[in-house]
Design a protein around this ligand. Structure first.
Ligand code: TYM
Length: 334
């Protein structure tokens, strides 16, 4: 990142709060791979965000390391991009505090993800769940980020990050870059296999999502059981045929076949074949990632060193922005 030919900055994060699934892979990881060579990238394991719902410590620790290994196994380069745990860079929490003082209760209470999570976790509607988008704004603004590739469910959080940056800059000009979201329409919202009216989610029951680390048998079984509809026609129509359209999206994107030719190729075939093809292409996509993942996860030293080095690089960059913010605000810095 300190090279003289500075590229624009890309930041994104994934929570280590469960199994990384096909939705995360299709909208987030694939975009990271597509954009990695054009940007100076930071890919974070956002472990502090995961604390907004109760986590079992040993599971959180394992999920964090596994997510780091998955980023690398998927093809991201930790020598070039910065792959690191959010909690290793204290500036995230420090900037989040400052940005809390520039964020209104009213705008946070409009966040649909807060409303959903508060409904799901009635016994633990903590303040962290409420200020979650502020920590996310801090993640992004710390690195003077230009672009943030995410799925559709993060759009509102990106908007608030931009609003906070603009508000801060209006009082203290030239502090933050105002980031742009990168949301790819076709993969922005991969639906649950068991309830195609809902998005695929790590926190739902096992059969509703395909995990990147699921075995071929499990992947095949989950696709076989995917909910479709009572018709027989294979047609792309997300409004009326959400289950079939979701399977078509998965097959078309992972198989690299455009939707129109895919639908005409499958005309007259049954849903069973659609499910089988979707399962096969998913298995093929994940096979090399799983193989590389197994090598990485058994090399504990390499993983630990890589995460330590990368966190160090992130701290250097984050420190620059935070010092600038403290100075602008008038916090005494001897
Ligand atoms: P998370 O961990 O829920 O999801 C990681 C990424 O996957 C996308 N995604 C999906 N895309 C398509 N279909 C789905 N069913 C689906 N489910 C999840 C998400 O949009 C996301 O891009 N708040 C974020 C993590 C975060 C972050 C950030 C992201 C923290 N700080 C800064 C970007 C920038 C989250 O919970 O993602």
């Amino acid at each position: 990142m300190s090279e003289p030919t500075r590229r624009p900055v890309l930041f994104s994060g994934i929570q280590p709060s469960g199994s990384i699934h096909l939705g995360n892979y299709m909208s987030a990881m694939r975009s990271f791979l597509r954009l990695e060579s054009d940007y100076d990238c930071l890919f974070s394991i956002v472990d502090l965000h995961a604390l907004t719902v109760r986590q079992e410590p040993a599971t959180l620790r394992r999920n964090s390391l596994e997510l780091a290994a998955l980023y690398i196994a998927a093809g991201l380069n930790p020598e070039r991009s910065i792959i690191y745990c959010q909690s290793h860079v204290p500036q995230h929490a420090e900037l989040a505090w400052i940005l809390n003082c520039f964020t209104y209760m009213g705008e946070l209470s409009r966040m649909t993800q807060f409303k959903d999570k508060a409904r799901q976790h009635k016994d633990n509607i903590n303040a962290g769940l409420f200020t979650y988008p502020v920590l996310m704004a801090a993640d992004i603004l710390l690195y003077q980020t230009d672009v943030v590739p995410v799925g559709a469910d993060q759009k509102q959080h990106l908007e608030i990050a931009r609003d906070i940056a603009l508000r801060f800059n209006a009082i203290h000009p030239g502090t933050f870059k105002v980031p742009e979201p990168d949301i790819q329409e076709e993969t922005a919202k991969i639906q649950s296999l068991s309830d195609p009216m809902k998005k695929m989610s790590k926190s739902d029951q096992e059969d509703s999502f395909v995990a990147v680390l699921d075995s071929p048998d499990v992947i095949a079984r989950k696709f076989r059981r995917a909910v479709t509809d009572s018709e027989t026609e294979i047609r792309y129509d997300p409004e009326n045929k959400p289950g079939v359209s979701n399977l078509l999206t998965i097959l078309s994107v992972l198989g690299g076949e455009d939707m129109e030719s895919l639908v005409s190729r499958l005309a007259g075939h049954g849903y069973g074949e659609l499910k089988q093809e979707a399962a096969e292409v998913t298995i093929e996509t994940f096979k090399p990632i799983q193989q590389r993942f197994r090598e990485l996860i058994s090399d504990k030293d390499y993983m630990a060193k890589t995460l330590q080095n990368n966190a160090e690089r992130a701290r250097t960059l984050a420190g620059r922005t935070l010092r600038r913010v403290y100075k602008k605000l008038g916090l005494y810095q001897p």
